[in-house]
Write a protein that binds this ligand. Sequence first.
Ligand SMILES: [Zn+2]
Length: 379
Amino acid sequence: MQKIKYKAKEWDYSFKSMTWWNRDKVKNAKVMVVGCGALGNEVIKNLVLMNVSNIVIVDFDEIEYSNLSRSILFDHSHVTNSSRKVDAVKHKVEQINPTVTVEALHADVCHGVGLSYFEEVDVIISCLDNRQARLFLNRYAFQFSTPWIDGAIENVSGTVKIYRKGENCYECNLTDIERQEIKAKLACADVAAQYESHGSIPTTSISASIIGAIQVQEALKIIHGYEDELMTQSLYYEGFHNLYLNYTETMTNPDCHCQMEDIHLLRTELSHKATIESLFEEMHKSLEESDPIIMLRSPLILKVQTMNQDKTAEISIPKYKLKDYFDEDLMILNQVDRIDHSFSDKTLTLEDIGIASNDIIKYISKEGTMKFLKLKLNS
Ligand SMILES: [Zn+2]
C-alpha cells in the first residue's frame, strides 16, 4: 500500500508524539527572558522553536560588533544601525515563527519593568551578567511567587539554578563578599546605581547554547507542571574537561525576605500616564485611602549639584534615569523615596516619578499596612 504523505502545516506538529508535551500549555504559557546577550539569544531561540507563544523580553543595550560571534538573532545590519537588542530579537523571532508574540521592553530590570510582568508570567529566565540585577529579579519574582531560572556562562563553563519561593533563594545564598560588593555599588554616592557593564565576559556561543538549552528545558517542565522532575540541585558544567557537577545551595535562611506572605492586589483603571493628583483622588474615591504613602522603587531626585559645586539644579528625575539626562557625575542634594499629599508637584505623572507601564504600586495605607495597587495594563 502506498503511504499517504501528510503535509504538516502546524509548527509543533512533530512534537505531538512526545508523551510529555502538551500543546495547549505551551501555547498559553507566558515566559519572561531578562537579558538578550549571548545566553538570552539561545534561550529565546529555543523558546520560539518550541512554540512558547507569549514571550516578554527585557534588555536596555544596543547591539555591538562583539555580540555577533555568539548571538544567532543578531546580524551586521543591527550593528550598522545601532539597533536595540530587544527590537532586533523581536523582529527576527517574528520572522522565524510568526505565531509567537514578543513584547519587547527596552528597560532596566531593576527599576524600569512594571511589576505586573513578574506577576503574570509562568516563569522567568534570567540571562543576566551581574549580581545586582539578579538580586532585584529575585525579590520581584518572589513577591509574586513566580519561579525563575538563572543561567550564567563564562569561557567554556556555565551554571543553571532554579529559584522558587520557599525552596531556594538567590539572596540567601550570596556570600558576605558578594553582599558587600552589591551594597557598595548600590550605595554609590554619585549619579545612579550603575551596575556592571555587559559584554565583558569572555565566552562562546557553545557555552550559551548548552546552558540556554537546559534553562529552557527546565522552563518547559514548569510550564507543564512537572514540578517533581525539576532540577533539585544547581548544575555546574565545564566543557574543557566535560564535567557536570550538581551541588546544593543553602536554600533559604529563616529570616529570608522571600518568606513574605502572598499579596492581595487592588486594581485601578489609571495608567502610569496619570498624574499623582489623579491617583490620590482615585485612591480616595475607590479605596477610601485619604492619606496613602506611595513607596518608590527608585528614589526621586529633586536637587543635584555639579561635583565642583559651581552649579545646582532642581529636577524631578528617578535616580535610575539620571544617566539618561546628564553626562557628568553629580552630587545628589535632595531625594525622596516616598510620595504623600505633602509632595509639592502633584501635576507630575506616575511615569515621571519612576512608575513603569504595567506597574504595581506599593503603598502604606491609613492603617499602616503595606498594600499593592495594580495599574491598568498595556496602556
Ligand atoms: Zn532569601
